[in-house]
Design a binder for this molecule. Structure first.
Ligand code: SDX
Length: 437
């Protein structure tokens, strides 16, 4: 269980020998979770590197933002359990918490919401940027490009040494990602762009920008808006995942903040990461019916078959992803609200989950459903095309990306990230003239 009375960070020493060298290294214990062996001086002391491709045993930084206990299925944002934030809070309050470290007072919340709403529009010239894309471009390709294009504007928020500008860039990104994602969707379906409305909450504004048309009034469905707001909370941050690490590495060179978040969008797109919700839904559609499940389970277990059950497994959660449990509940609610409670996809998903959770292979490898397993079905029921699922993930994760980017920039020990390698290539050799090759 989580040790809520965990002590303050401490440091001891560890030691080991490499060849004939005795090495003593600091061992640092954080507030919660595993200690770290500080190997910052290992190379200068011993002439050797550590080797950990995929960073399965490597802490890349110190952070106070999000804590995950993968064995006990625990996820905390600034110490608050995700279950409580999802049930009792809202997404903009979560953004404030991630950025400032504390839950806002009523006045701070009102001021933050007001400031975010004043940044939801994008520069009119940026909206013209979309005309250059093919209509069938994947929304994530458009989002990578348009978020990167923000760095061509807003030069009053790119001096990252200036705290006000760091916060302004962070708020602009949180405010504008939904507008850009909605623009990408409207462009793909050939409908006119819908401007944000400042009297709507964050999730309702996004739904209206996606689904309203100029010819009639659009009524936001409160059940959908609440479900979407919760989906945003669940996806807001997740420690040093691949896309967050990408943002931190890009930011460590002092790059333009908008360009750093564009790098995070690019990394999130991968099917092993944020693209898994789209891939999970395509997998469920490919399985089609319950009777086909055993064939796909067998493929997932076959070492010679690259097929994996999308939406299952996680680098950190070796127990149930706490977000998946909340997502499953929300999924049923949305399906009931949309009259799709008998959606065959949900039937396949529920049966697949039951079979996988009782199968020796999945139990031994600790493969549980992750957040992407149910989010795809929920988003499809809300009317989003599969190709928009990862774009919605990017909208939510922008809150975590900017909070982690800001923490990295403000860390006094921060330096440019520059990993080394194990070189197994050719030894030095002389150039061979072409006539002698
Ligand atoms: C997200 O990091 C984060 O926090 C990410 C995220 C976030 O909020 O930012 O939580 C969001 O990305 C969730 C994960 C979404 N991805 C998927 O659902 C894609 C399917 N899952 C896998 O590709 C995989 O589980 C990963 C990528 C999620 C984790 O991979 P790891 O930790 O590198 O584990 P691994 O690939 O080394 O697998 C361990 C074993 C392997 O078998 P062996 O080689 O040991 O025999 O488990 C097997 C794998 O073959 N395995 C699976 C499997 N996932 C792992 N087998 C079948 N189906 C799967 N889904």
């Amino acid at each position: 269980m989580l040790d809520a009375t965990a002590s303050a960070p401490t440091s001891t020493t560890g030691s080991f020998t490499i060849g004939d060298k005795f090495v003593s290294v600091p061992v640092r214990q954080g507030t919660l979770g595993p200690s770290v062996v500080d190997i910052g001086k290992l190379y200068s002391q011993t002439g050797v590197f550590t080797y950990d491709p995929g960073f399965t045993s490597t802490a890349s930084c110190e952070s106070k933002i999000t804590y995950i206990d993968g064995d006990n299925g625990i996820l905390l944002y600034r110490g608050y359990p995700i279950e409580q934030l999802a049930e009792k809070g809202d997404f903009l309050e979560t953004c404030y918490l991630l950025l400032y470290g504390e839950l806002p007072t009523a006045a701070q919340r009102a001021d933050f919401n007001y400031r975010i709403r004043r940044h939801t529009m994008v520069h009119e010239q940026l909206a013209r940027f979309f005309q250059g894309f093919r209509r069938d471009a994947h929304p994530m390709s458009v989002l990578v490009a348009s978020v990167g294009a923000l760095s061509a504007f807003y030069h009053d928020a790119t001096d990252i040494s200036e705290p006000h500008q760091r916060m302004l860039a962070s708020m602009r990104l949180i405010a504008k990602l939904p507008t850009l994602a909605a623009l990408a969707y409207k462009y793909a379906i050939g409908q006119p762009f819908i401007y944000p409305k400042n009297d709507l909450d964050y999730a309702s504004n996004f739904l209206r920008m996606c689904y309203a048309v100029p010819c009639e009034e659009y009524e936001v469905n409160p059940v959908m808006a609440r479900a979407l707001d919760q989906i945003f909370i669940l996806h807001a941050d997740h420690e040093q995942n691949a896309s967050t690490s990408t943002v931190r590495l890009a930011g460590s060179s002092g790059a333009n903040p908008f360009a750093c978040i564009a790098a995070g969008v690019a990394c999130l797109w991968g099917p092993a990461h944020g693209g898994a919700n789209e891939a999970a839904l395509k997998m469920l559609e490919e399985i089609g019916t319950v009777k086909n499940i055993p064939k796909y389970i067998a493929r997932a277990k076959d070492k010679n078959d690259p097929f994996r059950l999308m939406g299952f497994g996680h680098r950190v959660y070796k127990n149930y992803d706490p977000r998946a449990k909340i997502m499953q509940k929300r999924c049923h609610e949305v399906l009931n609200e949309t009259g799709r409670k008998d959606d065959p996809l949900l039937e396949v998903a529920m049966e697949l989950e039951q079979i996988a959770l009782s199968d020796e292979y999945f139990i031994e490898k600790k493969l549980y459903p992750n957040i992407d397993f149910y989010s795809g079905i929920t988003l499809k029921a809300m009317g989003f095309p599969t190709s928009m699922f990862t774009a919605l993930f990017a909208v939510a994760r922008t809150a975590g990306w900017v909070a982690q980017w800001k923490e990295m920039i403000e860390d006094p020990s921060q330096k440019i990230g520059r990993p080394r390698q194990l070189y197994t290539g050719a030894k030095q050799r002389d150039y061979v003239p072409i006539a002698q090759r």
